[in-house]
Design a protein around this ligand. Sequence first.
Ligand SMILES: NC(=O)c1ccc[n+]([C@@H]2O[C@H](COP(=O)([O-])OP(=O)(O)OC[C@H]3O[C@@H](n4cnc5c(N)ncnc54)[C@H](O)[C@@H]3O)[C@@H](O)[C@H]2O)c1
Length: 275
Amino acid sequence: MRRFEGKTAIITGGARGQGRSHALRLAKEGANVAILDIADQIDTVVYPMSTPEDLAKTEQELKELGAEVLAIQCDVRDQAAVEAAVAATEERFGGIDIVLANAGIMASYGERKHDIQAWHDSVATMLNGVYYLLRAVTPGLIERGRGGAICITGSTSSFRGVAYKTEMLNPGQMGYGAAKHGILALMRNFAMVLGKHGVRVNTVIPAGVRTKMIDNEFFGADLSDDAPGGWMANVMDHGPVEPEEITNAVTWLCSDEARFVTGQTLAVDMGTLLV
Ligand SMILES: NC(=O)c1ccc[n+]([C@@H]2O[C@H](COP(=O)([O-])OP(=O)(O)OC[C@H]3O[C@@H](n4cnc5c(N)ncnc54)[C@H](O)[C@@H]3O)[C@@H](O)[C@H]2O)c1
């Protein structure tokens, strides 16, 4: 029996990376999938973001798995666009069961990281965007009365700072950390209210994941060699993991196997937070 047969999932940042991996797994396990992605560049982000071609390619891959798919170009910084995408998904599939608030940017490296706009883009995408999505799906989740699961993508930056010098207090870095901390407040409050409606709200906490967010020509070049010993280390002495490792945790959190798990953070971080 496939775990998500007949369910509908909505996934932000679904064109590539972790969102794409989550979408493919949910589709393989029987879900209808709506993938939302900006599929465009944000100016304060130095590495190439996803494109309409990425979105179309993932849509095609999902269809080849037999899933019903809705691919929507949607900037989660835009509340009206998020609401419209949620409404379109509900209308097409008759409801939503699984909500993955995954879209994110790393404006914490590259020249534009010092622009205050990097703060605004980071918080708008990874905090405002998550709130807009959770707020938009809530009435339907309650009204339909069939429960559901929400998983927000956090980061080890949801729990700790990474800055070890003044330069790292730049808007891009601070916006990332502030947003990733902030989503824990959203998770806990939505979990408290939605629990009695059978809707669970959890957060997955990746450390390094091999996606274009960090696997690009700019990321390493921007890291200076003056980091204190042990900075960003993990107890397994392991580099970035594949997106599917995060998908394993996300799909478990959204499955019936985790039916009494809510308000939790699940770190897939090789023990980064222990160091
Ligand atoms: N890669 C890592 O090492 C790592 C570590 C910890 C947490 N994360 C988090 O994982 C999540 C997924 O990132 P990824 O690693 O798959 O990177 P990625 O860059 O491959 O994918 C992110 C996707 O989000 C989309 N997106 C960005 N801003 C958007 C917006 N405003 N509206 C709609 N879509 C938008 C991008 O276009 C892209 O397709 C992010 O929240 C990120 O912060 C990543």
